[in-house]
Design a protein around this ligand. Structure first.
Ligand code: IYR
Length: 222
């Protein structure tokens, strides 16, 4: 007998040898994901974006409040509006707000205030974090761990886009308030990430960087 409000977990055991094989395969596939700033204008179906958002929506999250709103834009004028506003903020950031210590670590990545990807990519997906929720009694209440929840969901979105065979880039213009205005989102929703999604352009490039080896990122106690 299940506890009230509970159902049996659907679970299919995977043989250990198959798990070993999969763990390697998943790692190899993930390691091929790279962040490029060079997007093609080639179209991508809305269906694929919808499925990636649904995948992200399966993320574990605080108190199952699912504190996210995903806004997906293919409208060219709207993408241009977002790009123009992002470039205004980013120009200030890169020119005046960015301290030397930050500039130093960004230099090898070749980022700058020019955000061509926001108008080249066929889709621009903006993730809003819901900082509050409407309670059943109609009052506003908090959400819990919404930053962590949205971070996990964003990771799942990025992974879904990669597995589909497309590419995405996490862009974080700061401050991001202009997104609420342009996309007409309520005050309790806070823009967190902009993710252009599409094909890489012909000749797309990525910085020549390496990932830390396991011994530099993990500690095991056995
Ligand atoms: N928000 C800027 C700057 C930027 C910051 C970090 I940390 C990056 O890893 C990359 C860029 C932007 O999105 O360009």
């Amino acid at each position: 007998m299940s506890q009230d409000g509970f159902i049996p977990l659907e679970w299919q055991e995977v043989p250990v040898s198959e798990m070993e094989r999969r763990s390697f395969e998943i790692y190899i596939e993930a390691s091929k994901r790279r962040t490029t700033r060079h997007f093609s204008k080639r179209e991508v179906s809305k269906n694929i974006i919808e499925k990636a958002i649904l995948t992200a929506g399966t993320a574990p999250n605080g108190a199952h409040l699912q504190p996210w709103t995903w806004v997906a834009i293919s409208n060219q004028e709207l993408k241009q509006k977002i790009r123009d506003a992002a470039e205004i903020e980013e120009t200030k950031t890169y020119q005046d707000r960015m301290p030397e210590a930050w500039r130093e670590v960004l230099a090898p990545l070749g980022t700058d205030a020019v955000k061509t990807h926001l108008t080249d990519a066929p889709w621009v997906v903006v993730l809003f974090r819901q900082s509050k929720r409407k309670r059943e009694n109609g009052e506003w209440g908090p959400t819990y761990y919404s930053t962590e929840s949205c971070g996990i969901a964003a990771g799942m979105f990025i992974s879904a886009i990669h597995r589909v065979g497309l590419t995405t880039l996490t862009h974080t213009p700061s401050p991001m308030g202009f997104l609420s205005e342009i996309l007409d989102r309520p005050k309790h929703e806070v823009a967190m990430l902009i993710m252009p999604v599409g094909y890489p352009s012909d000749g797309a490039e990525v910085p020549d960087i390496e990932r830390k080896p396991l011994e530099d990122i993990a500690i095991f106690f056995e």
